[in-house]
Design a protein around this ligand. Structure first.
Ligand code: PAF
Length: 279
């Protein structure tokens, strides 16, 4: 497994794949890899001849008050895990390579990026994500790029961005990988204290109960109100708990209006947790 740190070295490595007519999958990450990331890598290996994993903690998607400085960085463990899985190339640019002096372009996605979910609480977030993911796709030129469904709105934003900008990479989502107790895997779970960690699976349990109530015919608004109250009782501060159209993310009030995705974002202590499930 090679680690490259400049765009020039990256382009040489990917050109050698292309010369051999090998297909390429990209798994973009910010490091602090967990079993969810490794599932993305395994899918990438099944889909393509070569797998590139990018590791870049992207400052452009953090607001000044957010956790850029404390975001977990586990380089040695990440490299060991990727090497054990047979990844071909790790793309690990520095901030100065990704955003050199004079860098002055930012993609501001619309549509799904303005759905009133993550964007309402992290207004800077999708501009930063879209800009860095567009750069990663143009740098690596993969046939396929793989993202987790845990960041469901992000997956929609990136899919639309690649389509709108005619970037010829197929964007693929992989269902959320969970702990045995249902907690969605996230690098930020490392922030949870022991007692918060034992409360955290409530989120997934409430999402499942809420989905069951909707399937059983309870009005969506009522099912959401019950779920929100359950989460708040457990000490979570709810940013949003919503039922949205699974394709468009438009607000939805009845099962008749289309496939439903339930999406939740909360704070537990100082840790922000997000999750979602299909109804
Ligand atoms: O989901 C993430 O880890 C990040 O938002 C991504 C897609 C790697 C962009 O920095």
């Amino acid at each position: 497994m090679r680690v490259v740190r400049t765009v020039a070295a990256l382009r040489r490595a990917t050109a050698s794949f292309r010369d051999k007519k090998e297909s390429v999958a990209l798994v973009p990450t910010m490091g602090a890899l967990h079993a969810g990331h490794l599932a993305l890598v395994r899918l990438a290996k099944r889909r393509c001849d070569r797998v590139v994993v990018s590791i870049f903690v992207n400052p452009a998607q953090f607001a000044p008050h957010e956790d850029l400085a404390s975001y977990p960085r586990t380089w040695d463990a990440d490299i060991a895990a990727l090497s054990a899985l047979g990844v071909d190339l790790v793309w690990a640019p520095g901030v100065e390579d990704m955003y050199p002096e004079g860098f002055g372009t930012r993609i501001e996605p619309q549509g799904a990026a303005k759905a009133g979910l993550e964007d309402a609480f992290r207004p800077h977030f999708f501009g930063g994500v879209a800009t860095v993911v567009a750069k990663l796709l143009l740098q690596v030129g993969p046939d396929v790029a793989i993202f987790g469904e845990k960041d469901f709105q992000q997956l929609k934003v990136i899919t639309a961005m690649a389509r709108d900008l005619d970037i010829p990479t197929k964007i693929v989502g992989l269902p959320t990988v969970r702990e045995k107790d249902g907690l969605a895997l996230s690098s930020r779970n490392a922030y949870l204290s022991a007692s918060e960690r034992s409360q955290a699976p409530t989120l997934h349990r409430v999402l499942k109960d809420c989905a069951k109530r909707i399937v059983a015919g309870r009005p969506v608004v009522d099912a959401l109100a019950v779920g929100r109250a359950q989460i708040e009782r457990e000490g979570f501060v709810v940013d949003y708990f919503e039922a949205r159209h699974a394709d468009t993310l438009a607000p939805i009030i009845s099962r008749k209006d289309g496939p439903i995705r339930l999406l939740v974002a909360t704070k537990l202590g100082r840790t922000r947790l997000i999750d979602n499930i299909a109804v």
